[in-house]
Design a protein around this ligand. Structure first.
Ligand SMILES: Cc1ncc(C[n+]2csc(CCOP(=O)(O)OP(=O)(O)O)c2C)c(N)n1
Ligand code: SF4
Ligand SMILES: [Mg+2]
Length: 331
C-alpha cells in the first residue's frame, strides 16, 4: 500500500474587496437573528474556503438556525456533530479522507475540512477534543470557534467566554448582587497557541473586518496541518443591542483592545489590522466605556464596574508578556 500525502489547497489571499470570490456557499434559508455576526462568519468562512470543502458544525445557533427541517443555507457538504466534538469531527473526517484516498476509493485531491463550534462547544465542552486534534500534525483541518460570548442557542447562558459582569440567564443582575459573573473571559486563542507546538497556525478574527477575516481562513487552509481560528461575533440577542450596530460593536471591541487581532504561524506571533496600529502606538486604545454602555448586558454597570473592566484591559496591554496574547508577567 503506497503512502498518499494529502496536500492542502493553495488559497492565495484576496487582494481587497474587489478580489473576493463572487460565489456564495452559505446562501438563503437560514433563520438566524437579524444582525447575527456568527452567520456572517459562516458566509465569509466558506466564501474564503471555496466549494471543495466539507463543513462540520457542532450544536449551537449555527447548527440549529441553519438547518431547520428541510431547509439549509449550506451549498457544500455539511454535517452536524455533537456539541463538544468539533475537534474529533475535524480529525476523524480528515483521517477518513486520507484513508479513502490511500485505498484508492476516492480521487486524491486536496479537500478542506473545517469544523466550527461556538464558545460553549469549543472553549468549554469541546476543549479537550480540540486540544487533541491540534497535536496531530499529519492531518489538514481547521477548527473555527465562533464566539458570541454565551450559550446563545439555549437562551444566553454564561460560558467560559462570557465577559466579566455580563448579564446572562445564568448571571442576572439583582438588587443584592449586581455583578453575578466575576470571572475574566477565557483566553482561548492564546491557550491554543501557547500549548500546542504541533499546531501550525492560530489566529483571532472579527467579521467586521471581512477581508482580513477571510484571508486568515485562507492562510490556515493553505498551511495545512491542524489549525485554529477564534472569531469574536457580536450577537444582538445575547449582547442586547439594535442589530444595525453589529459591525460597529465589532470595530469597538478591536479598537478598545478587548479582543486583539493576531496570528501565530509556526510559533511566530504577528499582530494585524487595527491591533497592529495599537501595538505600534500609531493609534490609541479607545476607552471601554462606550462599548459597554452600548450593550444591554452591561446596563447594570456602575462607574466602579466600568473602571474595573478598563483596568483589566489595561493590564492585558501593559503587563502581559505578549500584550493581549499571553497572560504571563515577568518578575
Ligand atoms: C451535550 C449537550 N449538552 C447540551 C446541549 C444543549 N445545547 C444545544 S445548543 C447549546 C448552546 C451551545 O452554545 P455555543 O457552543 O456557545 O453555541 P451558540 O448557541 O452560542 O451558537 C446547548 C447548551 C446539547 N445539544 N448537547
Ligand atoms: S442568538 Fe446571537 S448567535 Fe444566535 S442566531 Fe441570534 S444573533 Fe446569532
Ligand atoms: Mg456561543
Amino acid at each position: 500500500m503506497s503512502f498518499v500525502e494529502v496536500l492542502p489547497q493553495i488559497l492565495a489571499p484576496f487582494k481587497g474587496v474587489k478580489g473576493v470570490a463572487l460565489e456564495e456557499y452559505f446562501t438563503s434559508g437560514h433563520r438566524t437573528c437579524q444582525g447575527c455576526e456568527s452567520a456572517l462568519v459562516m458566509k465569509l468562512m466558506i466564501k474564503a474556503a471555496g466549494d471543495r470543502t466539507i463543513v462540520l458544525g457542532s450544536t449551537g445557533c449555527m447548527y440549529v438556525a441553519n438547518t431547520t427541517y428541510y431547509t439549509t443555507p449550506w451549498v457544500v457538504p455539511w454535517m452536524h456533530t455533537q456539541l463538544g466534538s468539533s475537534g474529533s469531527a475535524a480529525l476523524g473526517t480528515a483521517a477518513a479522507l486520507k484513508a479513502l484516498m490511500r485505498k484508492g476509493k476516492m480521487k486524491s485531491e486536496p479537500i478542506n475540512v473545517i469544523a466550527f463550534c461556538g464558545d460553549g462547544g469549543g472553549a468549554d465542552m469541546g476543549l479537550s477534543a480540540i486540544s487533541a486534534t491540534l497535536t496531530h500534525r499529519d492531518y489538514n483541518c481547521l477548527i473555527l470557534m465562533y464566539d458570541n460570548e454565551s450559550y446563545a442557542n439555549t437562551d444566553i447562558q454564561l460560558s467560559g467566554s462570557t465577559p466579566y459582569g455580563a448579564y446572562t440567564t445564568f448571571s442576572p443582575a439583582g438588587k443584592v448582587k449586581r455583578i453575578m459573573h466575576k470571572r475574566w473571559k477565557k483566553n482561548m486563542a492564546g491557550m491554543m497557541a501557547a500549548g500546542h507546538p504541533e499546531c501550525r497556525y492560530v489566529a483571532t478574527v472579527c467579521p467586521t473586518y471581512a477581508v482580513d477575516m477571510m484571508n486568515r481562513v485562507r492562510k490556515a487552509l493553505t498551511l495545512g496541518g491542524p489549525t485554529f481560528i477564534h472569531s469574536l461575533d457580536p450577537c444582538p440577542k445575547g449582547w442586547d443591542y439594535d442589530p444595525m450596530y453589529s459591525h460597529e460593536l465589532g470595530e469597538m471591541a478591536i479598537k478598545c483592545g478587548i479582543f486583539p487581532l493576531y496570528e501565530v504561524e509556526d510559533g511566530k506571533l504577528s499582530y494585524y489590522g487595527q491591533t497592529k496600529y495599537l501595538v505600534e502606538g500609531r493609534t490609541k486604545r479607545l476607552p471601554v466605556r462606550e462599548y459597554l454602555n452600548r450593550q444591554g448586558r452591561f446596563a447594570h454597570f456602575l462607574e466602579e464596574d466600568i473602571e474595573y473592566f478598563q483596568a483589566k484591559v489595561d493590564e492585558m496591554w501593559e503587563k502581559w508578556l505578549l500584550p493581549g496574547v499571553l497572560p504571563l508577567t515577568k518578575e
